[in-house]
Design a protein around this ligand. Structure first.
Ligand code: TC6
Ligand code: NDP
Length: 306
């Protein structure tokens, strides 16, 4: 029996808003023609594995890493999306990369992935844990399954990847480097509390491992993006997207390249003394606004949230 003068909460499912919605994020031509501040052989001979590289920041990062000379491996759940990254890099740079369909939530698949990368390239230098995401909803209405899906992806999935990579580095006596893409969670994330909890876990896991794993020359850092326009915006209603950029004082959205270049920096020798850090790329959002991806509750009226 339900108590039912109360209307059910509105749940936005991406497919509700798909027809006719503009494509979001950098298209392949934009990625291919984007200039980089880095030297072309910056990552020559280095192997970089990027999760969630069939779209968005992961895709741009895979392109940049390949452009800078790295051996690139990518993974994600959808083969078609991974293929698009492989083809973009083949077409734009004439290079082949390794792509392995993997659900990071499965520790067995992650173990196979790390083994495949080692077999193919003879090792791994930088692991970029970029795969992740969430849906916007008031926390009080989260289903159990929804909560578990977000925690399993963003916290557990990232951990399986980190642990498998580090086991190899310890066994091989080789240095390692991990970059975890989290989010800007300094002031919480209303309507994304599940991901906020998971990302907080990853940030403090990373700080801890930066100390524990220093003895094996493994560095661990995080990047916290603010509003970065990517294909991932399909998870949010158009109405919310109109307001996202107002949550930072620059009133703009970043793009996937803004994050890719920071990842390249962290993968380079210039970052050899950066460890256990969280680097925020958000146009100053942490000092200013709050995003309400499912709509601001009346309670807050016009109090400065966007
Ligand atoms: C904040 C602004 C800045 C931008 C930040 C970004 O990160 S942009 C980047 C953004 N990019 C991404 O986020 C990309 C990656 N994101 C994803 O793959 C999904 O969001 C995932 C992490 C939930 C994984 O899901 P999955 O593979 O397990 O697939 P699944 O679909 O089966 O979901 C499992 C359960 O979750 C629940 N539930 C799901 N959707 C909704 C909803 N709209 N409403 C309510 N609940 C929802 C539901 O219980 C569902 O089970 P059901 O009821 O269907 O039996
Ligand atoms: N864009 C933004 O403003 C912000 C993004 N972020 C985070 O940055 C990262 C990149 O996001 P962005 O590029 O914007 O979004 P996208 O949705 O484009 O990228 C996320 C990628 O992760 C992959 N992925 C999701 N779940 C899994 C899984 N279980 N196993 C393997 N791969 C998976 C998806 O591919 P597939 O579904 O095929 O597996 C997809 O390619 C994400 O972690 C996101 O949450 C954080 C803050 C802000």
């Amino acid at each position: 029996m339900s108590n039912s003068n109360v209307p059910p909460p509105k749940i936005f499912k991406p497919e509700d808003g798909d027809p006719g919605r503009p494509k979001r994020g950098m298209d392949e031509d934009a990625i291919k023609t984007q200039p980089t501040i880095f030297r072309e052989d910056l990552l020559e001979g280095k192997t970089v594995l990027i999760s969630g590289a069939g779209s968005g920041m992961g895709k741009a990062t895979a392109y940049l890493a390949a452009k800078l000379g790295a051996n690139v491996a990518i993974c994600g759940r959808t083969m078609e999306k991974l293929d698009s990254t492989v083809e973009m890099i083949r077409d734009g740079l004439g290079k082949e990369i390794l792509s392995v369909q993997t659900n990071i939530r499965s520790p067995e698949e992650v173990e196979d992935l790390i083994g495949t990368v080692h077999d193919h390239f003879g090792g791994l230098d930088t692991l970029v844990n970029n795969a992740g995401g969430q849906f916007p909803q008031d926390a009080i209405d989260f289903s159990r399954k929804g909560w578990l899906a977000v925690i399993d992806t963003n916290l557990n999935g990232t951990w399986w990847m980190m642990q498998e990579a580090a086991k190899r580095w310890r066994a091989d006596g080789k240095p390692g480097n991990i970059v975890n893409i989290v989010a800007n969670i300094e002031r919480g994330m209303p309507q994304a509390a599940h991901t906020c909890a998971a990302r907080a876990g990853v940030i403090y896991l990373s700080k801890t491992l930066a100390t524990e794993w220093a003895q094996w020359d493994v560095r661990v850092n995080c990047i916290g993006p603010g509003v970065i326009e990517t294909e991932g915006f399909r998870m949010y209603p158009e109405e919310a997207l109109k307001r996202f950029h107002k949550a930072n004082p620059m009133k703009m959205r970043g793009n996937a390249w803004d994050v890719a270049e920071m990842i390249a920096y962290l993968a380079s020798p210039a970052a050899r003394f950066i460890n256990g850090d969280l680097i925020i790329i958000d146009g100053g959002q942490a000092q200013w606004g709050v995003i309400w991806p499912a709509g601001m509750p009346d309670y807050f009226n016009e109090s400065g949230a966007a």
